[in-house]
Design a protein around this ligand. Structure first.
Ligand code: ARG
Length: 582
């Protein structure tokens, strides 16, 4: 159990001794630091239950607390707030417990099986900044949930089965009509047929094909037909589709690796497709299907809805399947393979309605247990200065690779001039740029939109990724230079800064739990900054390595080690790698 939870449970016992039963005590950090470090705010709540005045209750509780040897400066403020500080001995014990292991100060959660769906890149389309958000937030949530004891399986859920693929295949057909993939008389093995297309080509083909389909009804119809052929695994079309997936997937894997993003499962919409027949049977058995102009739809509206809730499109009139269908099939597949307690979807807020429909339909058709939680973990957009989703000068979406390159160029200008080799400089700049991007993206609450400003991403000081990396690297180097490999128990806290650091460390389990509840990493990002700046204050106030008082020196090294380990753990949760130099 974390130290703060232990403290709460001890305080509860004192409150009980005073004659009051309190299940969840209200302990907060004081916002009046002159009065105390902590505030116990239960008297106000107990007053309503026990019909006594809050001050009288606070006094009775305080009488008991006086016996507690590690509480100091006890006082009552206002209508009954009890303020106190923790003794130096208590804080040292707390620090030394974390010296044994920082996990001593973490509250593990009741174990759960989670399937986490994030990333969601689309095959044959360039990754854009929205895919960064999904991957970045999703990965952070996965790391967090795992750290707190959940069992998490993540799935990239590639968009590989819809019309965009049909469009790309059509455009290839127009350009290379003689390719064997389109030759019905070809009987050979498609694996031997060359496909003269790279991932770069694919990324260019899609926008062209998409534009054509908007202007030319015949072209669109042809793309629809190809989509159906591919979904029906028709020879030639299915084979070229497979090859496109392969090219695209390899490229996506490379970029995710660079971003420190990883998945247990590399499945796509198409993998769920084999569950579609079973899916349709379930919908039929539950009498949920209605016909509408040749399509199969499911009504998911309820009496309570007061905003529009359109029916879900299960099978289109030309028999091809929709985005809803593959998501439902994926739920069925996940249920059968993993029996999860919860499935989380880290997707752009603008897809909320889609998931509302899908979740309702999944429960109506009993694809999952009644108590399986399907949760939409939506995020806001990165906007331009006009407050609308960011667009490049030519009106397109910003590609992820372009974004990384922009930030790398800016970062390169600012990193240490001691790195001579041009290639090494660029490599480090890119790594630092990625960390900056990731950290800046995690700073706001996930649902909040934020404005794209290149300066904000490339900034090296203040609340930024590079500042955290640089400071953490400096802690590491201090520990290395101390030539210590055994960190003795800390024996003194020589300043208020050190005390503040320990108090901040005690807050960690609350931050982690809150982040998990909110499914947002902003509190962790803020906390990292807070802890790091406090440590840097301490660092500038003291010369650790040259300190002659050996008790002070070893206590400071222990403090440094605990902060360093905490920072590393939290940066790991955020999916941010600490470089060796910058
Ligand atoms: N590929 C989709 C897109 O780019 C996101 C996929 C989200 N996950 C899901 N299970 N639908 O919009």
């Amino acid at each position: 159990m974390s130290i703060i939870k232990e403290l709460e449970s001890n305080l509860k016992d004192y409150i009980k001794k005073a004659g009051y039963d309190e299940e969840n005590i209200i302990l907060t950090e004081s916002n009046r630091k002159d009065l105390g470090d902590y505030q116990l705010n239960d008297a106000m709540k107990l007053a309503k239950i026990y019909h006594e005045s809050p001050v009288a209750i606070a006094n009775k509780i305080m009488d008991q607390l006086k016996d507690c040897e590690y509480l100091e400066d006890l006082n009552i403020a206002g209508p009954g707030f009890i303020n106190f500080r923790l003794s130096e001995k208590y804080l040292l014990d707390a620090l030394n417990r974390q010296n044994e292991s920082i996990y001593e100060n973490i509250d593990m959660q009741e174990s759960k099986n989670i399937v986490l769906d994030y990333g969601g890149p689309n095959v044959a389309k360039a990754l854009h900044v929205g895919h960064l958000r999904s991957a970045n937030i999703g990965q952070g949530l996965k790391n967090l949930a795992k750290t707190l004891g959940y069992n998490v399986i993540s799935d990239v859920h590639l968009g590989d089965y819809g019309r965009p693929l049909g469009l790309v295949i059509l455009e290839i057909k127009k350009r290379y009509p003689d390719l064997k993939f389109f030759d019905e008389s070809y009987k050979g093995d498609y694996k031997e047929v060359e496909l003269p297309i790279t991932n770069k080509d694919l990324e260019q083909l899609y926008p062209i094909a998409s534009q054509k389909s908007k202007e030319d009804e015949e072209y669109l119809e042809e793309a629809r037909e190809i989509t159906t052929k591919m979904q029906r695994h028709e020879r030639g079309y299915y084979d070229i589709w497979q090859r496109i997936i392969e090219i695209s997937k390899n490229d996506v894997k490379k970029i995710y690796e660079e971003l420190n993003i990883n998945f247990e499962l590399w499945e796509g919409e198409s993998d769920a497709a084999e569950f579609i027949p079973e899916l349709l049977t379930k919908f039929e058995q539950n009498n949920l299907i209605e016909e509408s102009n040749g399509a199969k739809i499911v009504n998911v509206k309820t009496e309570e809805d007061n905003s529009p809730m359109p029916p879900l499109l299960l099978v289109k009139s030309n028999d091809s399947v929709s985005y809803e269908t593959t998501d439902l099939a994926a739920i069925l597949e996940r249920q059968e393979k993993f029996n999860p307690d919860e499935i989380w979807y880290c997707v752009d807020n603008r897809q909320k309605l889609h998931f509302d429909q899908v979740f309702r339909a999944a429960h109506l058709a009993h694809l999952v247990n009644n108590d399986t939680k399907l949760e939409f973990v939506g995020f806001g957009t990165m906007n331009g200065k006009d407050g609308k989703p960011f667009k490049t000068r030519d009106g397109g979406v910003l590609k992820l690779n372009d974004l990384i390159e922009l930030v790398t160029t800016e970062t390169e200008k600012r990193i240490s001039s001691n790195i001579d080799s041009e290639t090494e400089r660029m490599e480090i700049a890119r790594q630092v740029a990625i960390s900056s991007l990731k950290y800046t993206d995690l700073l706001p609450y996930r649902e909040t939109d934020y404005v794209f400003e290149i300066e904000k991403f490339a900034d090296m000081e203040g609340k930024t990724g590079p500042y955290l990396l640089y400071s953490t690297m400096r802690m590491k180097s201090l520990l290395r230079k101390s030539l210590t490999d055994k960190y003795e128990d800390s024996k003194v806290l020589t300043s208020n800064t050190e005390k503040d650091i320990v108090l901040t460390l005690l807050r960690l389990p609350i931050i982690l739990e809150k982040s998990l509840n909110n499914k947002s990493l902003n509190d962790i990002a803020e906390y990292l900054y807070k802890l790091t700046s406090l440590y840097n204050k301490f660092y500038s106030e003291n010369k650790v390595l040259t300190e002659e008082d050996s008790v002070k020196k070893s206590s400071w090294l222990t403090l440094t080690k605990v902060v360093y380990e905490t920072n590393t753990m939290l940066l790991n949760i955020l999916g941010i790698k600490v470089p060796d130099k910058m």
